[in-house]
Write a protein that binds this ligand. Sequence first.
Ligand code: UDP
Length: 424
Amino acid sequence: MVPFPVQGTINPLINLAHLLSSRGVFITFVNTEWSHKCMAKAAHNDDKLSTSTFKFLTIPDGLPPDRGRLSNSAEYATAVQNLGPVLEYHLLRSLSDETPPYTCIITETFMSCTMKWPTGWDCPESSFGQLEESKRADKVITCLPGNLPPLLPTDLLSFYRATDTSDVLFQHCLRESQFQSKGDYVLVNTFDELEAPDTVSALSCNGRPALAVGPVFLPNFLEGRDINRWASLLEQDESCLKWLDAHHPTSVIYVSFGSIAVKSNEQLEELARGLEKSEHPFLWVLRMDIAGGTPATLPEGFEERTKDRGLIVKWAPQVRVLSHPSVGGFLTHCGWNSCLESMSMGIPMLGWPYFCDQFLDCRFCKDVWKIGIDLEGVDVDENVVVTREEIEKGVRRLMEGPKARELRKRGMELKEAAFKAVPQ
Ligand code: UDP
């Protein structure tokens, strides 16, 4: 198994890896040296993942060790794109008496560097490969196969909206989309209830079956295997679970923007003030690198004023937080894992997308799956500051009144459907 080496793609693949290895399939999970080091540090070198049928293979990603991987996406994507020969070299070298020969590669969108190999794993956004012609269209896109609800140009991967066609990530996506029809199977981390009847099967082309296999974290979580914890690149602060114990059911809003999104200090100040004005208890994940290169600063006295109802952590055990009875809403960047984890736990979302597929995920949570709302007409472009009033209004709509009740009811339905999707 070869993930793109960031948290949001390591998590689903390592969960799938464990589902397969617990059924006797021997899995070699390819980590870059950087992600392996982060994992080891976060788990205090306590490797709870390796078993007799699961082992890591660590390869260099070609960047100097001290280079920020997430602070320069274009540089990182280019390095990963060139990993093919290094991967091949290390795979061949790793064969030994204990490691059976490789029979199949499971990888994902944006990993065409593995494409010499036979099998592919695609995320939902792979459907965008079929959208090349419509990508700049100033109209609703209805030409998609598989009964997909019509898409808007703003639903496209954010990289496709670059105005400069020489943009590295734009070119990277175009290049990668050409590989989407390769592979023998398409595995999609979704479940039937979320998709129109033919949507997943529409991803099968050239006779390769497409299967909905998600949510892949859920069977492990239900069996008490907290894979996300051991695969975490940052140490999860578990003290927040105890803090949640002291709050009323569904009273806390959980705030997190995943592992990559950044916000300016001006924006963080508005967010802090919006949370404060909303008067709801909050658990806020403020990553060390959330403000890019500079340390995050919060309004003076904010932590003191909110200390009875607010907690800030650097990184949380997200799935356990979302499954905690005190949590009633999630202010999220709508990364696909966060959406799936929230839906599976029945938690309504207030979407504030940042990049990539998050705009589509946010709109579908609101318009199609009806378990989310957005910031209603607010421009969420990263160069525009969302005001404290807009944030307060969104939080109140998510947490109070008839809309909140409707969302929670829908949350319960989706939770039930996600649990039903877990093989018995
Ligand atoms: N996550 C976590 N702790 C946090 C925030 C996020 O463990 O404090 C996990 C989360 O459960 C999810 C992943 O990190 O599995 C983030 O993936 P997602 O697709 O939501 O966003 P990305 O980080 O790729 O933008």
